[in-house]
Design a protein around this ligand. Structure first.
Ligand SMILES: *Cc1c(COP(=O)(O)O)cnc(C)c1O
Length: 367
């Protein structure tokens, strides 16, 4: 049996430290915005090399509060990739602005920067590239377009904790970087959590107010805020796990290399292209095949769990039917939705488990 993701073996390796960190918060009783939150924010900034880190309730909130802090709202448009988790688009919609989708590159699955210019209108305010699967989007041309057209770039780094582009950490490349600590992410809490990284003092200040009822000091509310604070218990857990992130990402990279060596040239399998000058941290290990559903079923019968990220592209989701996008609008994202299969990937995967996956794949293709 090979699970797609198994969080238990990781907990076993850090149980003592994590349990101790949790019990300290419980015994102090400082459950909301305790010192563990600012300690973790600072530690996370050392990972990304940014000046500020603002812990919030989820990755979706990191994105939507950043947009709100930049005063993006009704009448505005924000460019997002068609191939992403729906949260990227939901963040835009939640502000009242309109998500405008752009197709992705067939080789890397990330936003195709050559298609961004034609999606820009007089209403466009921002671009949200997503570092999908843990591989950085090609940021230099995106930043250049944004600069030329006076747009803000917000990174959706929810799958990219510790990934880097030209030796610069994801989350430090745009005006702000948005992270999720959903349990299955490379850095995962024991529940929901998120964080925004930025070098912009003013933006950081606004985000700190927005996440905490819009208050400047207690009972003095200067903007219409929300309640979306990173939990102290989650921050304490994350601070322990952050110390292991590099090691865990290295393990993922080793597993990916092992998959790549064993699956290159098998059947009609296509592997994700690796962008130059980037460090991919393999939140997901994705392969493509025309016979995706049959292969998934075969693997399932051999006790191997896989995932599909994502079966319905965002522009074709029922929730977005009012935007008027049609099938055929973003052919690359639509094709990937039919051909992509995510193989088991988590740091504690064993050699034997990976061997079982690759031999089952090879067996099905008769090679
Ligand atoms: C997980 C994820 C989000 C949302 O994060 P949550 O913490 O679940 O709200 C946003 N964008 C991408 C690309 C994600 O993978």
């Amino acid at each position: 049996m090979v699970p797609f993701v198994d969080l238990r073996p990781q907990y076993e390796t850090i149980k003592q430290e994590v349990d101790e960190a949790i019990s300290q918060v419980v015994s102090r009783g400082n459950f909301v915005l305790g010192s563990e939150v600012s300690d973790f924010e600072q530690a996370f900034c050392r990972l990304t090399g940014t000046k500020h880190g603002i812990g919030v309730g989820s990755g979706l909130d990191a994105l939507r509060l950043t947009l709100a802090a930049l005063r993006v709202g009704a009448g505005d448009e924000v460019i997002v990739p068609a191939n992403t988790y729906i949260a990227t688009a939901l963040a835009v919609s939640s502000t009242g602005a309109r998500p405008v989708f752009v197709d992705c590159e067939p080789a890397t699955y990330n936003i195709d920067h050559s298609r961004i210019q034609s999606a820009i209108s007089a209403k466009t305010r921002a671009i949200i590239p997503v570092h999908l699967t843990g591989q950085p989007a090609d940021m230099n041309p995106i930043l250049e377009i944004a600069d030329q057209r006076g747009l803000t770039v917000i990174e959706d780094a929810c799958q990219a904790h510790g990934a880097s582009y030209h030796k610069q950490a994801c989350g430090s490349l745009g005006r702000a970087g948005c992270f999720s600590f959903y349990p299955g992410k490379n850095l995962g809490a024991f529940g929901d959590g998120g964080l925004i990284t930025t070098d912009d003092d003013e933006l950081a200040g606004r985000l700190r107010q927005l996440r905490n009822y819009g208050q400047r000091v207690k009972y003095e509310h200067v903007v219409i805020g929300v309640n979306s604070r990173l939990d102290t218990i989650q921050a304490a857990v994350l601070a322990v796990k952050l110390r292991y992130l590099d090691k865990w990402n290295e393990a993922r990279r080793r597993h990916a290399a092992q998959y790549r060596r064993a699956l290159e040239g098998v059947g009609d399998i296509r592997l994700q292209s690796l962008a130059p000058n980037s460090t991919h941290i393999y939140h997901l290990y994705v392969i493509e095949t025309e016979k995706r559903d049959e292969l998934q079923q075969h693997l399932n019968q051999h006790g191997i769990q896989t995932g599909i990220h994502y079966p319905i592209p965002v522009h074709l989701q029922e929730a977005y039917s009012a935007l008027g996008y049609r099938r055929g609008g973003f052919p690359v994202a639509e094709k990937l939705a039919k051909t992509m299969l995510s193989l088991p990937m988590f740091p504690e995967l064993s050699n034997d488990q990976i061997e079982h996956v690759v031999s089952s794949v090879r067996q099905w293709f008769g090679s």
